[in-house]
Design a protein around this ligand. Structure first.
Ligand SMILES: [Ca+2]
Ligand SMILES: [Ca+2]
Ligand SMILES: [Ca+2]
Ligand SMILES: [Ca+2]
Length: 251
């Protein structure tokens, strides 16, 4: 009996390790296990090193305000993109110096949509709307915090940073959105968090996530892998082990 109990316990432990963390879409990254109150303007480590959390980070500003591929300093810095899943949602967290209403002086630059390339095959399937501002005014007529299937995209001012925004597409459904000015720092930093119901996305094994702003001065991309296959494998292996032990005890 004891060995069966231990086997079941190990399945539970493996299962909970795969399940990862619980995200609240509130514009605070403590649920990603990051303590950002200690963070400076640049060179922070945005990787919480949590299994099932996928991280891209590039938090620096070079000479003359270079953020690569363009210039603009901290205001244009895309610092990190994090992604993870629970049973029902894909969550994305973005840290950036770029505000929801956009930024500029001679030429106003608007925030981009979060693009999803399902299975990472080079086609941008979906756009998630996180800003309805055009030239600093909230006049864009899309449903904020919602997922659109992409028909065509708008390009940024830099080819390598494309795509920037949805040009035309159809509304698929609602998700959740927070785009929050970091209350703990004087320099420009915003936390974007979104949740997209997996029901809206269908079945897939990985998704490439992309975000930039109109000028394309900086952009980020991360690939997130769905946890289901790993969980099922582990569960299958665990059940097989229990089955062997039960069989052994009977014989
Ligand atoms: Ca949060
Ligand atoms: Ca930075
Ligand atoms: Ca860059
Ligand atoms: Ca950057």
């Amino acid at each position: 009996m004891r060995s069966i109990f231990l086997a079941l316990l190990s399945i539970l432990v493996l299962f909970s390790a795969v399940q990862g963390i619980t995200i609240r879409v509130d514009g605070n990254f403590s649920d990603w296990r990051l303590n950002t109150s200690d963070f400076g303007e640049n060179y922070n480590n945005w990787d919480p090193e949590v299994p099932g959390v996928f991280v891209w980070q590039e938090d620096w500003v070079g000479g003359g305000g270079y953020v690569g591929p363009g210039y603009g300093g901290q205001k244009y810095d895309v610092e990190a993109i994090l992604a993870t899943f629970d049973n029902d949602n894909l969550y994305v967290g973005i840290a950036t110096g770029f505000p929801q209403q956009g930024y500029g002086y001679n030429y106003w630059h608007d925030a981009g949509d979060i693009f999803l390339d399902i299975d990472g095959n080079g086609y941008w399937d979906y756009a998630f709307i996180i800003s309805n501002y055009i030239d600093g005014r909230e006049t864009r007529d899309l449903v904020l915090g919602s997922l659109y299937e992409v028909s065509s995209v708008k390009k940024s001012l830099r080819k390598e940073a494309d795509p920037w925004r949805l040009e035309s597409g159809s509304l698929i459904g609602r998700g959740t959105l927070a785009y929050v000015d970091d209350p703990e720092h004087d320099f420009s930093r915003y936390f974007i968090e979104i949740g997209i119901p997996l029901d809206l996305l269908g079945n897939f094994s990985k998704v490439k996530i992309h975000w930039t702003m109109e000028c394309g001065n900086d952009y980020g991309e991360v690939i997130a892998y769905t946890p289901e296959p790993a969980s099922i494998l582990l569960l299958g292996a665990g059940l097989f082990a229990v089955g062997l032990m039960v069989k052994r005890r009977k014989s």
